[in-house]
Write a protein that binds this ligand. Structure first.
Ligand code: COA
Length: 415
């Protein structure tokens, strides 16, 4: 089967998480991704959070599948020559260096354009143009600067970062989309272009509903679906909403049987208006179907805390999967709080290729998250991440270097 991005060649100058998630996706869609790393150390994540001594970490392997690895010192003149050849033969250069690093290496946008006017240069940076544009940024900085931390957590606690890597992997996704759009536009213009995904912007994009709420708050002074309503005070900025749904259908995380000992014995329960009578029947409060205090969504907003407390009395009598089975029969939207252990063992996720077991020559078998985007005419085969410099000779030969030239470059520590 052909792949969506067959024939697209990516010069992957990315490291850590944000950039590698982008190029991994492109590789899964069929692009030839050549990851350029420094000899000796390579991407810093190869050695970070190691669980097995001297073996590429899971951090690295899970972000760099389906790529080829080339070692190259791009600060040495001969290394720059190799990089120039790569720029001439690739379609996209993806990088997430600290601001200015590519320019300092001598590869400005203008220089890259001279070498290959069709090249798309795609960058992740922490911030877009403005006061912080020169800052180095990691995940949690982006979560804080993008509006996620101030709106996550409980009202009586500090701002919270979330475990979902919306700053890194989220920005990688945004960048991948920008690259695909630029490749598409190149079909008609023949020109490359710069693609920038700033981590602050990407996090803010994912927090779009909170900017919506900021303006609603300014307009009305209250937000009735927030847990602060009706008893507590609203300030002038969107408050932290705990586990409230944040949408038009109130929801909450509720305890299930076993919560005393199992930290994940919980269910997310949404009291969607359409199924309110069913909710009342399930929990044994049929009078609430017609009771004026509960009968309409607007009336219920005044009583969400006691409503969820009563539903929780019911959920605490069931384990989360039993509760799911019962609630699904009535089309009541709900979801179990799944631990990573449960997710790793979930057969349905294995069957769809969302969780994949991969074999690695030095690590052995490990689990990874496969391609979450399924294309019906471009299937994804997840292959292991490359060892450091595993494809250096192969790629150098493709660039026209002879065996002797490759050996000489190795002697000089260029590759
Ligand atoms: N050969 C020679 N030099 C290389 C090289 C290679 N193959 N690959 C990288 N380098 C050099 C860079 O040119 C840079 O040199 P310089 O500082 O002299 O210009 C140096 O390695 C370090 O790169 P840098 O990006 O500054 O790494 P860092 O470890 O200091 O910072 C980040 C890491 C993530 C903070 C930073 O890269 C960053 O802010 N990136 C943008 C935002 C981002 O993606 N953050 C999320 C990471 S998950």
């Amino acid at each position: 089967m052909s792949k969506a991005l067959d024939g697209v060649r990516i010069l992957d100058f990315t490291h850590v998480q944000s950039g590698p998630t982008c190029t991994q996706l492109l590789a899964w869609f069929g692009a030839d991704v050549i990851k350029v790393e420094r000899a000796g150390e390579g991407d810093a994540t190869r050695g970070q959070l190691r669980d097995i001594p001297d073996v590429d970490s899971l951090y690295f392997t899970m972000l760099n599948h389906n790529k080829r690895s080339v070692t190259l010192d791009t600060k040495k003149p001969k290394g720059k020559e190799v990089l120039e050849k790569l720029i001439k033969t690739c379609d996209v250069l993806v990088e997430n260096f600290a601001p200015g690093a590519l320019d300092r290496m001598g590869f400005t946008w203008e220089r890259i354009q001279e070498l290959n006017p069709r090249m798309i240069v795609a960058s992740v940076k922490g911030f877009g143009p403005g006061p912080y544009e020169d800052c180095k940024v990691y995940e949690n900085v982006a979560q804080c600067a993008g509006g996620s931390a101030s709106t996550t957590g409980f009202d009586d606690g500090p701002p919270m970062v979330t475990g979902a890597q919306i700053g890194d992997s989220g920005t990688g996704l945004h960048l991948a989309l920008g690259i695909i759009a630029a490749l598409y536009q190149r079909n008609s213009t023949g020109r490359g272009q710069k693609v920038l995904a700033a981590m602050q912007d990407s996090v803010l994009n994912l927090c779009r509903v909170k900017l919506r709420d900021q303006q609603r708050l300014e307009q009305t002074g209250v937000m009735k679906e927030y847990p602060q309503y009706p008893d507590q005070h609203f300030g002038d900025a969107v408050p932290r909403a705990g586990n409230a749904s944040g949408g038009g259908q109130p929801g909450s995380i509720l305890k299930c049987k076993g919560w005393e000992t199992d930290p994940n014995a919980y269910i997310y329960f949404i009291t969607q208006g359409a199924v309110w009578p069913a909710v009342c029947k399930v929990i044994g409060e049929e009078s609430w179907i017609t009771d004026e205090a509960y009968a309409t969504p607007a009336a219920r907003l005044l009583h969400l805390k006691p409503i969820f407390a009563r539903i929780e009395q019911w959920t605490m009598t069931k384990d989360k999967f039993e509760a799911m089975d019962i609630l699904n029969k009535y089309d009541i939207p709900c979801g179990p709080i799944l631990s990573m252990k449960e997710i790793a063992e979930e057969p349905a996720l294995r069957a769809t290729g969302t969780i994949v077991e991969v074999d690695h020559p030095t690590r052995g078998k490990y689990l990874t998250v496969g391609n979450p985007i399924k294309l019906s005419d471009s299937s994804t085969d997840v292959t292991r991440s490359p060892l450091l410099g595993e494809h250096t000779e192969e790629v150098m030969a493709q660039l026209g270097y002879s065996k002797d030239q490759i050996a000489a470059l190795r002697e000089e520590h260029v590759i």
